[in-house]
Design a protein around this ligand. Structure first.
Ligand SMILES: [Zn+2]
Length: 87
């Protein structure tokens, strides 16, 4: 395991590429922390995930299993993709 020295998240791969963010309590808090341009896209993604995963709890806890939780890593990946396509 590798722990990012900036955000404290743990990953399987050394120097795993990720967004260093302060651990948000909710997906909504995460989205609010992103650039204004990508927020509408991320809200759409969240709504889509909510529809697809009606039982998922909108809570984030890095050290808990991901089942029953909306996958923030997926949202972070999509956020990255949004930034890349907007720039
Ligand atoms: Zn980090």
């Amino acid at each position: 395991m590798w722990q990012c020295p900036k955000c404290g998240r743990e990953f399987k791969n050394q120097d795993q590429n990720h967004f260093c963010i302060e651990t948000p309590d909710t997906i909504g808090a995460y989205i609010e922390a992103q650039a204004k341009e990508v927020q509408p896209l991320l809200h759409q993604v969240r709504d889509t995930l909510r529809t697809a995963l009606p039982d998922a709890e909108e809570r984030i806890s890095w050290r808990m299993p991901y089942d029953r939780q909306l996958p923030l890593d997926l949202i972070a990946e999509i956020a990255k993709w949004c930034y890349e396509s907007l720039c």
